[in-house]
Ligand binder design. Structure first.
Ligand code: ATP
Ligand code: MG
Length: 266
């Protein structure tokens, strides 16, 4: 490879998929202004996996919701920019943002019931998700639905497709929610503590599978958690949040070493 193409490759690699600068999301309440997110900077490369960690109330979920444009009054993005693949997500209209959500950018919530409709069969929900963003036949959408269930490690996918959410275990429901997030091959997934409610072995399996899938498809991932151990084996980099700000960002091993090494006194 010659020097100029090496430079071009290096530039492409450096060009972030997501670039958040000085993001502030505040809530105006009767008792005052809650500065949930108060000056957050995040840069995420294509295919990169970022762990966003921090104690409860530090602003992790509100950061994720801000990226997706899911902040409702009295909350508001009051400052900063969110650039996604050349698009300004803060000033973008709601219709364009809706198109982006579930297609380019997907979210996996802690509670799969945020994603799943309890009165619809799994196949209906997966097919609707495909057809909301692409003009494909129902047969083709159904085939995609089946494929994605296999991808997220769901046994007997044909049976599961015919099931209603209540007929499935919590772990299985979360896998379906992950399947819905993956089905349109997003470039970015924001996962907000999606395995916290599951038992440890299922949590480990799901994290392993999501990582494999992201690596295979080149999908970037922001995994939000209060548990450093969860992202230790998953993330390329970790950002640590504390009262609305990112207080540290670095390679996973460095951040963990820093947080786990007691600071010397004197
Ligand atoms: N609708 C709202 N109105 C007022 N304050 C809010 C609202 N939603 C969130 N907040 C506040 O914003 C801050 C950040 O909340 P956020 O949910 O982002 O925390 P988190 O880091 O995700 O915490 P956890 O680990 O418990 O999920 C908290 O102080 C929270 O009370
Ligand atoms: Mg949260």
């Amino acid at each position: 490879m010659d020097v100029s193409s090496m430079q071009a490759t290096a530039t492409a690699r450096r060009e972030p998929l997501l670039s958040i600068k000085g993001l502030k999301t505040h809530f105006t309440t009767r008792t005052g202004v809650v500065k949930a997110v108060d000056g957050v900077d995040i840069e995420l490369g294509r295919g990169e996996i970022l762990g966003l960690v921090g104690e409860s109330g530090s602003g992790k979920s509100i950061t994720g919701f801000s990226i997706l444009g899911l902040i409702d009054p009295p909350g508001r993005i009051v400052d900063g920019s969110i650039d996604y693949d050349g698009l300004n997500l803060v000033s973008m209209g709601e219709e364009a943002r809706r198109q982006l959500r579930g297609n380019d950018i997907a979210m996996i919530f802690q509670d799969p019931s945020m994603t799943l409709n309890p009165v619809l069969r799994i196949d209906t929900q997966l097919i609707e998700t495909v057809q909301a963003h692409a003009q494909v036949s129902t047969a083709e959408a159904r085939q995609r639905a089946r494929d994605v269930l296999v991808q997220v490690g769901i046994p007997s996918p044909d049976e599961r497709l015919k099931a209603y959410p209540y007929e499935l275990s919590g772990g299985m429901r979360q896998r379906i929610a992950i399947a819905i997030a993956l089905i349109n091959k997003p470039k970015l997934i924001i996962a907000d503590e999606p395995t916290t409610a599951l038992d440890v072995s299922i949590q480990g399996q799901i994290i392993y599978e999501v990582k494999q899938l992201c690596r295979k498809t080149g999908t970037a991932l922001i995994w939000i958690t209060h548990d450093l151990a969860v992202v230790a084996g998953l993330a390329d980099r970790i950002s640590v949040m504390y009262v609305g700000r990112i207080v540290e960002t670095g390679a996973t091993a460095d951040v963990i070493r820093g947080l786990c090494t007691p600071t010397r006194k004197g």
